[in-house]
Design a protein around this ligand. Structure first.
Ligand SMILES: [Zn+2]
Length: 145
């Protein structure tokens, strides 16, 4: 079974909606800091079966955080120049820089997956047959008895 290869814009849009970038299905976010192993709709393995795959998402998160920090700092300077409230600006930038990575966490994971899928379209080995968790144990028990 082949997975569709949507255009990059579609991949990124679906990722920003916290949906599977390939099929738009979901939900793929279990809790704010954890994703499902595979898409419940198309079966795409979200980590593409590669150890350390999510390191790339941390890079995306870091770049976005740096960008948000730069925009906040420049906006703060531009809006208050020449009487810049340095302590307030520093405090706001600090809070923003410390909280943004957590707030953007699932978005950056799925954005990284979308970027990766744009350059390396999904292949057969990225598929995982969707099943209910209990079915694996039930099948093993039936084989053992
Ligand atoms: Zn999917």
């Amino acid at each position: 079974m082949d997975l569709p290869s949507p255009p990059a814009r579609t991949l990124l849009t679906r990722a920003l909606r916290l949906r599977c970038p390939v099929c738009g299905g979901g939900p793929v976010v279990l809790r704010w800091f954890s994703l499902v192993d595979s898409c419940p709709s198309c079966g795409l393995h979200l980590d593409r079966d590669e150890p350390g795959y999510w390191i790339g998402s941390y890079t995306v998160n870091l770049f976005l955080t740096e960008g948000v920090f730069a925009v906040a700092l420049v906006a703060g300077l531009a809006l208050t120049w020449p009487d810049v409230p340095w302590r307030l600006l520093t405090g706001c930038c600090l809070v923003l820089t410390l909280s943004f990575p957590a707030l953007a966490f699932p978005f950056t994971k799925l954005l990284y997956l979308a970027i990766d899928l744009a350059f390396r379209p999904p292949e057969g080995h990225d598929l995982f047959t969707p099943h209910e968790r209990g079915m694996v144990n039930k099948g093993a028990r039936e084989l053992g008895s």
